[in-house]
Design a protein around this ligand. Structure first.
Ligand code: PRX
Length: 636
């Protein structure tokens, strides 16, 4: 789109820059003012405490409650009878909850949690399909100060057990099953398996969704519908007055080692951040119908299906099932049926719908839409154009939001709520107020325009993670050691001559498969657990729909031979160990992996080979012939 038109540029830069400058130069004043948009039981004594940096703490001394801010405060206004949540089941069933309805259900659920002896600081694990009871129980937990840890229901029993054990969850909330493409995923059965290798869980609450026959363990497992019957609709559970830095939730995410990290967020700073980022990026109005298509098992769902929309008193839509079920127009039919005005999804979904063709979109009246959003991975220009033209009919700006589980909310995104900059397909534009982002080289020096470097965030922001659950060292090492004093997200980026940010993908051993974050080391650990596998290295192979897919290079132990069956077995092992999302697209059996003379696997070289790129500098390689074999293999 070239150079910005001068007038437009001036208006935009002036407005955004003014706010950005204020936020960066006087952060304490800025956030002191902005945090007041929420209801606090007690005001903070200090906006930012950096005495234990990098464990920064925001709004210290403040007392707040997430459930109170999401629900109670709207009950005092006309929003009491406004629809807070529209839920559509995969089978077409629709349920609507007003703010009042949600308040009633959350209070009842909170009472139920109390009856199980759950108190402030206890961890509650969730393994749930996308049904209303999921946000209801999250808010109920938040109401009494219990810390929720939602595990995506596509993870395997092993992955679930690992997360439960790390968080030492006392209670688990699940469902009998979940619907996916009309089939039942037996969630309770997976839970039962996971609980064989956990000790902390005392009780399980089971929501009936699919009517599947399940095994209920006497004294441990209870049906939600039976318990809730006994709790009156007018029950009131006093929201706990929680410290601003009381953890609201733990969410496990993949990193560069074999075990997932328990990223945990505060209550006060997180809420302030998701509130303001939604306002700045999407400029929500009271008559908006907001639809974020993520699963609540990921951060996008936490922040932008549950917390931020409810803080704003918006109507948030939640859909249970597969995007293309029973037909590829399912999502577009939902937009038309419910009059969705803001639609927020991932590039991988857009690319999938591109393949189905525009006819499925054109079958529906999408004129209610006014803004589109994207998240999770870089959006390629073709997908951007298609999204803009076919879905948005060239009327709806695309808000490309760069952020992470760790950042709590959007970091770099067009600020439609301040002044929308001219958009460039594939660029998330500029950092939001309070985000001091830069692109630097290996030594931390800013790189010139149009040069790839590492993205860094140079100042703390209210939505930042509090830490890695139970592992301060890992928190410091992962995020604050690469460039001491700065937050390192692990992404490559570039700025153009106009200062626009372009995110260029992960700079570490983390993959984005259909926008899901998966650590290559997690997959490798699963593979080497097999008796036939001596060594494994996993890299991302480009994929036209999913962005990238895991491809595993495997060296077999003496006495084992490569075979189709073994390949299948290894692929299934990964799916069982982590979940179907981590399933390798293939196993490449090799004699040797390319290694440096000091024995480190050269993943960079493997990555270049599968991408058909030049392998670059290989002077440190230990065995050239193994590499040449590999290159030959990928030529054919
Ligand atoms: O690599 C970036 C990519 O997703 C990573 C964060 O993944 P996760 O914690 O699972 O959170 C995803 C949803 C916020 C980032 O480090 N990513 C996220 N958004 C974008 C993106 N890459 C490019 N453009 C984006 N808009």
């Amino acid at each position: 789109m070239g150079v910005l038109p001068t007038e437009e540029k001036k208006i935009f830069l002036n407005k955004l820059e003014e706010i950005r400058q204020k936020a960066l130069e006087h952060p304490e004043e800025f956030w002191d003012e902005h945090a007041r948009a929420l209801d606090w039981f007690k005001q903070w004594d200090k906006v930012l405490d950096d005495k234990d940096k990098p464990s920064y703490r925001w709004f210290v001394g403040g007392k707040i409650n997430a459930s109170y801010n999401a629900l109670d405060r709207h009950l005092k206004t006309w929003r009491k009878n406004k629809v807070a949540l529209i839920w559509e089941g995969e089978n077409g069933e629709v349920k609507k909850y007003t703010y009042r309805d949600l308040y009633v259900e959350v209070n009842r659920a909170a009472e139920l949690l109390k009856n199980f002896g759950v108190t402030k600081g206890d961890r509650i694990a969730f393994y749930m399909p996308m049904i209303p009871e999921l946000p209801i129980f999250m808010l109920a937990a938040a109401r009494i100060g219990a810390i929720h840890t939602v595990v995506f229901s596509g993870f395997s029993s092993d992955a679930l057990a690992k997360r439960i054990n790390d968080a030492k969850a006392k209670l688990l909330i699940t469902a009998d099953g979940g619907f996916r493409r009309g089939k039942v995923i037996p969630l309770k059965e997976i839970v039962d398996k996971a609980l064989d290798s956990t000790i902390s869980v005392e009780n399980v609450i089971v929501v009936k969704r699919t009517g599947t026959k399940v095994n209920m363990v006497e004294g441990r497992d209870f049906w939600y519908h039976e318990l809730i019957e006994g709790i009156p609709r007018n029950v009131y559970v006093e929201p706990e007055r929680l410290d601003a830095n009381h953890p609201l939730f733990i969410l496990y995410t993949s990193g560069t080692t074999g075990t997932p990290k328990g990223v945990y967020h505060s209550t006060g700073g997180y809420l302030v951040w998701v509130y303001w980022t939604l306002k700045w990026a999407f400029d929500p109005h009271d008559d908006d119908i907001w639809w974020c298509t993520a699963d609540i098992g990921w951060i996008t769902g936490h922040s932008y299906i549950v917390y931020a929309p409810l803080l704003h008193g918006l109507t948030s839509l939640m859909y249970e099932g597969a995007p293309d079920y029973p037909a590829p127009d399912r999502w577009w039919s939902i937009i038309e049926k419910h009059g969705v005005t803001i639609f927020y999804t991932a590039p991988t979904a857009i690319r999938m719908f591109m393949r189905y063709g525009r006819k499925w979109v054109d079958m529906h009246d999408l004129s209610s839409l006014r803004l589109l959003g994207t998240v999770g991975e870089p959006i390629n220009p073709e997908a951007w154009e298609w999204y803009y033209e076919v879905v948005g009919k060239k009327r709806c700006p695309i808000i490309d939001t760069w952020w992470q589980t760790e950042t709590g909310g959007f970091m770099i995104a067009p600020a439609a709520g301040i002044a929308l900059p001219p958009l460039k397909p594939g660029s998330a534009t500029f950092p939001l107020p309070g985000v001091d982002a830069d692109v630097v080289d290996e030594d931390g020096k800013p790189v010139p325009p149009n040069t790839r470097g590492y993205l860094v965030i140079k100042k703390p922001w209210p939505g930042m993670l509090l830490g890695v659950w139970g592992d301060l060292k890992r928190y410091v090492d992962t995020y604050w050691s690469r460039f001491p004093g700065w937050y390192y997200p692990g992404d490559y980026a570039m700025r153009d001559e106009e200062g626009y940010f372009w995110i260029l993908g992960r700079a570490d051993e983390v993959l984005k498969v259909a926008a899901h974050r998966i650590g290559t080391m997690e997959i490798e650990s699963a593979l080497v657990a097999h008796p036939a596998v001596a060594e494994a290295a996993v890299v991302g192979k480009p994929d036209p729909v999913k962005g990238e897919v895991p491809l595993a290079f495997v060296v077999l132990r003496e006495g084992y031979e490569p075979s189709r069956e073994l390949e299948e077995e290894l692929i299934n092992l990964v799916a069982e160990n982590i979940g179907p999302i981590a399933r390798p697209a293939g196993i490449v059996f090799v004699r040797k992996l390319p290694k440096t003379r000091s024995g480190k696997i050269m993943r960079r070289v493997l990555k270049a080979i599968v991408r058909g790129e030049d392998v670059g500098d290989i002077t440190t390689i230990e065995d050239r012939s193994a590499l040449e074999e590999l290159i030959e293999m990928f030529k054919s």
